[in-house]
Structure formats: C-alpha cells, structure tokens
Ligand binder design. Structure first.
Ligand SMILES: Nc1nc2c(ncn2[C@@H]2O[C@H](COP(=O)(O)OP(=O)(O)OP(=O)(O)O)[C@@H](O)[C@H]2O)c(=O)[nH]1
Length: 340
C-alpha cells in the first residue's frame, strides 16, 4: 500500500508474564515478515532463530538503562532511526519493554516519534494468568496497564482451570471493555493479528523453499491452530462513506477490535476524498491518497481483532453509507486525524 508506515508494536507486561516468550514466538513464526526488535538487552532473545530467519541485523538494544525511564523521545528516535529509514526493508518493529516499564510512557515515546517511517502499532499487554491476582495485589497499577492496552494476551492459561480462566476474562473485560483479549499458552498467537504478513510468491513445484518458508512449513500445523484465535472481517463499499459517521464508528469500535486498515472513500459537500486508514485501538490515522491509481476504486477495509461478530461489524460500517447529501463541514471529522 502507498504511504505505509512501519508499525511499532509495544510489548509490555509485568516481570515473568511471558514477553520474551512472545517475542521469540513471533520471530520463529514471522511467516516472511521482517521483524525489527528493540529490547533492553539481548540476553533472553533467541538469537538462533533470528539468525535462521536472517534477521540478526535488525535488532537494537539499549545497553544501559531501562527502556521505560532512562529513555526520552530522542533516545527512542535514535533507536527507531536505525531500523526505520528510506532503505529499510523491515515490516514491523517490536519493542519489548522491561518488566518495570510504564506503558503510558512507552506509548508516548512511540506516538511522539519524529521518525516519518513509523506509526503506532499498539500496546500489547502480556498478563500472567496464573499470577494475575498476586501481581495485582503487589502492583495495583496493573489495572491501569490493562486499561491502556489495545490487545491483552492472557498468557499461561495452561496453568489455570476453566473457572479461573472465565473469571479472569471477566475481570479483564471490566478493566478494559474495548481491547481485544486473547488467551495464550507460551504467547502463541497468529502474528497476522499484530501486523500484516507480506505477500510472498508461492514457490513453484520443484523450486527450493527459502529459509523463511521452511520455518513456516514446519510450523504449519501450529499456524492453522493459531488462526482460530483471531478474526479478520472484510468490508467493501462501492459508495463513498459519510466522514462523520465513519469517525463515529472508529471512536466507538465494537469490543474486541485491535486494528483496522484499508482505503476509504468519503464524501462531503459533493466532493469525494480518498484516505489510507489505519487504527490501532483508539489511535486513528487518515493519510490522504493524492494520486489516483494508488487506491482501489471502492472502499475496502479489514477489521482485525478477537471474538468479533462479522455481521455486526459489517452492519455498523454499512450504516456509514450516507442516505442523503452530506454537508461539506462533515469532512472536518476526518481532518482531526490527518497528519499535519
Ligand atoms: N507454563 C507456562 N509457562 C510460560 C508461559 N509463557 C511463558 N512461560 C514461562 O514463564 C517464564 C517467564 O517468561 P518470559 O518470557 O521470560 O517472561 P518476561 O515477561 O519476558 O520476563 P521479564 O523479562 O523478566 O520481565 C519462562 O520460564 C517461560 O518459559 C505459558 O504460557 N505457560
């Protein structure tokens, strides 16, 4: 897509919740996506799997200090600049915050970045299902961290029984009723929930598989299973949408949505404009598409999350199709979310 920015996904969570396990899982199951990594230190990251995937170059570490407190926007930008630049071939950047990191600060560092090639990719909060009660008692701020998350991974569900699992889901929904919540064991989620999987040509019969493809094939059974954990709902409209109605939908998304992306045509005052839309949680961004031919002729969105009701999502979007002429000032709703 034109104007694509590299999403920066922040992985946070208290000590031992499973952040590094998740990161290693993503690196092993990258399905061809090139992942840049920012970590406090490389100690626990599986360098072997990175080398196999040919990604060992795309890591940046903060050799001293803590990603949450010692780093300001300039420091973060210095790290991002090494990964995201004009010649960069990275598809996504994952920042693993230290166990003590303050997620609000991490979001600020990424959203405030001056690097024009990156965009906010969401706060993924890893929660230790088995230790949730105890962690909450020791660190009451955990509730705020859950409330800030765009995606909550309820991890270590192999260590809890069904009733506890249900109670935890209820508590997490109470603390954050808009985030996608996914239950995991050893952080095994489908990476397509977090970021786009680049389209790679299918190998022809007899052609050798690349290392990435070999890794993917090896884990194919797991992938099929992983895919059950998330939903992707397509929406197409040949008619341009009402900008204010669309923004109303984006500001009040159905529960469980993690991200939305695609091209939208919106109309107001008889004039149609085209944008590349990206949302993660309540971070909304409309990038104007200036050249005709860069976008499909119709609105085409994909809504990605967990436990989505596809018919309900499509019905809400279909309700954004105007039934009468839209006044010109309705476009202001979109302008609030276009880059300056
Ligand atoms: N039983 C079980 N163990 C898990 C799961 N996920 C992670 N672990 C284990 O939990 C321990 C901590 O996992 P890490 O991935 O190192 O946790 P972390 O959040 O990176 O920890 P810090 O870097 O110390 O903050 C490791 O021994 C993992 O193997 C899970 O789903 N189930």
């Amino acid at each position: 897509m034109a104007n694509e920015r590299i999403p920066v996904v922040i992985v946070a969570g208290f000590l031992g919740s499973g952040k590094t396990t998740l990161l290693n899982h993503l690196l092993r199951n990258n399905r061809g996506a090139r992942i840049g990594v920012i970590v406090n230190d490389f100690g626990a990251v599986n360098i072997d799997s990175m080398m196999v995937a040919g990604q060992v170059d795309s890591m940046v570490s903060l050799s001293n200090g803590c990603l949450c407190c010692a780093v300001d926007v300039a420091d973060m930008d210095a790290m991002l600049d090494r990964l995201a630049h004009r010649a960069s071939d990275i598809d996504v950047i994952v920042v693993e915050a230290s166990g003590l990191a303050e997620p609000r600060n991490m979001i600020r560092l990424v959203v405030g970045s001056g690097n024009e090639y990156v965009g906010y990719g969401g706060l993924v909060l890893v929660v230790d299902g088995a230790g949730f009660g105890g962690t909450r008692e020791r660190h009451p701020e955990l509730d705020q961290h859950v409330a800030l998350a765009d995606l909550v991974l309820l991890n270590k569900t192999d260590r809890i029984d069904g009733d506890v699992h249900d109670e935890l889901l209820e508590t997490l929904c109470r603390l954050n009723d808009r985030a996608a919540i996914v239950s995991t064991v050893h952080g095994r989620i489908d990476p397509a929930l977090l970021f786009d999987i680049p389209e790679r040509p299918e190998p022809q019969p007899g052609e050798q598989l690349s290392l990435d493809q070999l890794l993917y094939e090896e884990h194919d059974g797991e992938h099929t299973h992983l895919h059950d954990g998330y939903d992707a709902v397509d929406f197409d409209s040949p008619v341009p949408l009402h900008p204010r109605a669309l923004v109303g939908f984006l500001e009040d998304q159905p529960a469980g949505v993690f991200r939305i992306k695609g091209y939208v045509h919106v109309v107001a005052g008889g004039r149609t404009r085209t944008y590349l839309l990206h949302t993660v949680g309540d971070h909304i961004r409309f990038d104007p598409v200036r050249r005709t031919g860069d976008a499909p002729a119709t609105t085409r969105l994909v809504v990605i999350g967990a436990d989505l009701d596809p018919d309900a999502v499509r019905a809400r979007l279909a309700a954004c199709v105007p039934t009468e002429p839209v006044p010109a000032d309705a476009m202001l709703a979109v302008h609030r979310f276009t880059p300056r």
